[in-house]
Write a protein that binds this ligand. Structure first.
Ligand SMILES: Cc1cc2nc3c(=O)[nH]c(=O)nc-3n(C[C@H](O)[C@H](O)[C@H](O)COP(=O)(O)OP(=O)(O)OC[C@H]3O[C@@H](n4cnc5c(N)ncnc54)[C@H](O)[C@@H]3O)c2cc1C
Length: 445
């Protein structure tokens, strides 16, 4: 099996860039043997590796990534590890009741696993922060979304509280928002610092190679030979934690949708600018409309000082690649969203703008399970990879290690990703739906 496509990450994410330079990458430059090979060092790969170290103590575990840790989507997301239903394709994030309860349970299991990983790795305070999030509305329609969401959460016995216009202004400094809904179960991370810290901690127990893409996989009697540009790994079992790139390995063809989303971060705000803005110096906002704008106000050394991060827009890109021209176009859209929220900071430049891959399925399920003899997939996180990637990685390790649990049994009962309609109809349909939903989001964008 030849790997047809390797990951390309366009634009530099501030989360990674503001951190100290990494030491030079350890690249695989020989032929080695391992009991386990995990491919991909994002949330899924790190969780799978950690779970294997717990279950298969003493085994030789190798983790490889095509890039540097923190450079890929795991280090370029907005850092919301959300516990509640968050279906990007629905109108209000949530689906049916029992399915929601199950999803909350699964998400919280993942967040706890991530929290324990952060504690074991002794990550600096602020990298993993179980502080909750605020869903914020800017329009009457958005406000109605929040009210419906609140009713739904109350019916599920979930804790939440509202913020009025004045309280939203006291929090954020802007009068853009008319209401907010606080949900306390979300953990907020500095994503690049989190994945770097977890990978560094795991490196004392396993062999971790970066800038080491898997370029071919050959099957022999009892093992696989995974080739990399300068070496190879002979291994009994493989966990594919490469999200949408699982398709580049030949699996889940015609079942996965490849979408990009984008973020920009301001340069450091000056004292004067912070005074003009007002509000608190840390807050984390998810838009009331799933197509709206996520905003984070960040502060401290780990974040490169006082800044604001905005994330919005989704594009359908089955090639799994975007170019700099796309970023230029998106940067304009970020500017508009930023200016609408922070007219007092209109002159503040964006220092970073980047895009990153998401992988979705039509029926909002993961691409999970044993996909060939002793090859396991922990992919397709449906836009919530900090949480769902962690869960699928953890459970893929349990499946591969033959460790039975009710959770795994439940997870395996999910349907496989639905087939997509053939091209060019799929792209035409997906692009029109995204455009329409973004238009519908209106001012929330
Ligand atoms: C701007 C933005 C904002 C986002 N915000 C959020 C958010 O707030 N909350 C949330 O939950 N999610 C968010 N996401 C989505 C989240 O980042 C992804 O869902 C998550 O990173 C997926 O985790 P993963 O481990 O499955 O895959 P990835 O993080 O994509 O990791 C897969 C790894 O596999 C490696 N790889 C691929 N092919 C090969 C190969 N052949 N050989 C070796 N390595 C390979 C890649 O280099 C990559 O490092 C956001 C994404 C973006 C872009």
């Amino acid at each position: 099996m030849k790997i047809t496509k390797l990951p390309i990450d366009t634009g530099l994410s501030s989360w990674n860039e503001v951190l100290p330079l990494l030491p030079p990458a350890r690249i695989l430059e020989q032929n080695i043997k391992a009991d386990w090979l995990v491919i991909g060092a994002g949330f899924a790969g790190l969780a799978a590796t950690r779970r294997l170290t717990q279950l298969q103590h003493g085994d030789k575990i190798v983790l490889i990534d095509a890039c540097r840790v923190g450079q890929g989507p795991a280090g370029r997301n907005s850092g919301f590890m959300i516990d509640l239903p968050h279906d990007l394709s629905s109108d209000n994030y949530s689906g049916a009741d029992q399915a929601d309860r199950d999803e909350i349970f699964l998400n919280r299991t993942a967040i706890l696993f991530a929290q324990q990983a952060a504690e074991d790795a002794e990550l600096e305070q602020g990298i993993f922060n179980p502080c909750g999030k605020v869903n914020a509305a800017a329009t009457a329609k958005g406000n109605k979304h929040l009210q419906d969401y609140q009713k739904h959460l109350t019916a599920l016995d979930e804790d939440c509280s509202t913020l009025d216009e004045r309280q939203m202004r006291a929090l954020t400094g802007t009068s853009f928002y008319n209401s907010g809904l606080v949900t306390p179960g979300t953990a907020i991370i500095q994503p690049a610092a989190y994945v770097r810290g977890i990978a560094s901690h795991l490196s004392s127990k396993i062999d971790f190679y970066e800038n080491t893409p898997a370029v071919a996989v050959e099957k022999s009697a009892n093992s696989y030979l995974v080739k990399t540009p300068k070496g190879s790994i002979q291994t009994a079992k493989i966990i594919l934690a490469v999200n949408g790139h699982v398709q580049s390995f030949g699996f889940f063809k015609q079942q996965l949708m490849h979408v990009f989303t984008y973020a920009s971060t301001t340069r450091r705000l000056t004292e004067d600018e912070m005074f003009k803005l007002g509000g608190e110096n840390i807050w984390n906002i998810i838009p009331a409309d799933p197509m709206g704008t996520t905003v984070r106000r960040i502060t401290g050394k780990l974040f490169g000082g006082d800044r604001i991060v905005v994330r919005n827009r989704f594009t359908y890109d089955p090639s799994m690649q975007i170019d700099q021209n796309r970023l230029k176009e998106i940067a304009n859209s970020h500017r508009k969203s930023f200016n609408a929220r922070f007219p007092m900071l209109k002159h503040v430049e964006m220092e970073y703008c980047w895009g990153g891959r998401l992988c979705l399925s039509r029926n909002n399920v993961p691409a999970f399970g044993e996909v060939d003899e002793n090859i396991y997939s922990a992919a397709c996180q449906n836009g919530l990879g900090t949480t769902k990637g962690t869960l699928s990685g953890m459970l893929a390790a349990e499946l591969a290690a033959d460790c039975k649990s009710n959770l795994l049994e439940f997870y395996l009962k999910q349907k496989p990703p639905q087939k997509l309609v053939p091209e060019p109809f799929m792209s035409m349909g997906a692009k029109s739906v995204l455009k329409f939903k973004e238009w519908q989001a209106g001012v929330e964008l």
